[in-house]
Design a protein around this ligand. Structure first.
Ligand code: HEC
Ligand code: HEC
Length: 247
């Protein structure tokens, strides 16, 4: 299945990476653009952080985690022969695709992007580490030249919420007031009809999930609209309320 393809891809990637002067791209994509990561350094990070669960390259197979060949532009939970969690399967159905931006967010904090993921990995907090790692992983994706350059280079830190946002202490009573809208869909006592349970979550995870909708990282359009109407204080208030809803 892999065979020559991967080697062709590797050669292609090398040529592309070599041809990518950071400066012209940064100029093209405007502010916030950073150069692609250092794939050689990324290879070391891959061994350290991911290789225990994932395989990549010629003959890669599924292990504890799915193989990650051609992960760029693959749909989330897109392999037929791997049994994924319900949570990531739902995100894939919603339309989540793996791009530089969504991979970066998932690797930074898997739970912020996919609340119930089975990938038990704490996350890679350093942005440069992630850029280097993704520079390496990208070499195993089909035809890296098909990947829009603006995507890998125009990188904003999305779910890396500023400490002041995470530090907001939610006003539980206000949260209770705001929650009446949410409870038209989300059941107080758990999941129903494909609508997941949002009660008794750690507050930081709840806040991260809401911001992931707000920033469009999570694809579900109804929830994106819900989250975009809420400001940071309101999200914190809702997190405080739902965390302790029956207490
Ligand atoms: C402890 C094992 C483990 C580690 C370590 C781990 N993963 Fe995973 N990974 C998984 C599992 C299990 C899944 C399936 C998730 C699910 O079903 O919710 C997964 C899923 C993924 C997916 C989604 C694949 C798809 O087909 O949609 C990506 C991308 C991914 N991991 C990347 C990484 C990267 C990059 C690293 C290293 C920084 C890493 N993972 C570290 C176990 C792991
Ligand atoms: C019209 C119905 C509807 C309303 C109203 C609604 N939600 Fe949702 N919500 C959903 C659906 C459907 C999903 C699953 C979306 C997905 O697959 O990402 C969801 C997902 C979520 C998630 C992520 C759950 C997970 O397991 O990943 C959170 C958190 C959340 N909603 C919070 C809220 C809050 C807070 C409100 C009120 C301000 C709210 N929702 C209002 C339908 C709704």
């Amino acid at each position: 299945m892999m065979g020559n393809n991967v080697f062709r891809t590797l050669l292609g990637a090398g040529a592309i990476l070599a041809g990518l002067g950071a400066a012209p791209l940064a100029a093209q994509t405007g502010s916030g653009a950073v150069p692609l990561g250092d794939a050689a350094r990324g290879a070391g990070l891959w061994e350290q952080e991911c290789a225990a669960c994932h395989e990549m390259g010629r003959g890669a197979e599924n292990g504890i985690g799915p193989h990650l060949n051609r992960i760029f532009s693959r749909r989330a939970a897109g392999l037929d022969d791997f049994v994924y969690s319900g949570s990531i399967t739902r995100m894939g159905r919603d339309g989540l695709r793996w791009t530089y931006r969504t991979l970066d967010a998932y690797i930074e904090n898997p739970y912020a992007l996919v609340s119930g993921t089975r990938m038990s990995y704490a996350g890679l907090p350093d942005a440069q580490d992630r850029a280097d790692l993704l520079g390496y992983i990208r070499q195993f994706s089909d035809m890296p030249e098909d990947i829009p350059e603006a995507e890998p280079t125009a990188r904003r830190v999305e779910i890396d919420l500023p400490p002041e946002v995470l530090a907001i202490r939610g006003d539980r009573e206000w949260g209770e007031y705001l929650a009446s809208e949410c409870l038209t869909c989300h059941q107080r006592d758990g999941a129903a009809m494909g609508i997941p349970s949002i009660t008794h979550w750690p507050e930081d995870r709840f806040v991260a999930a809401m911001h992931a909708y707000k920033e469009g990282l999570r694809p579900h359009s109804v929830m994106q609209n819900v989250a975009r109407r809420l400001d940071n204080e309101e999200i914190a208030a809702l997190a405080a309320y739902f965390a302790t809803i029956d207490d």
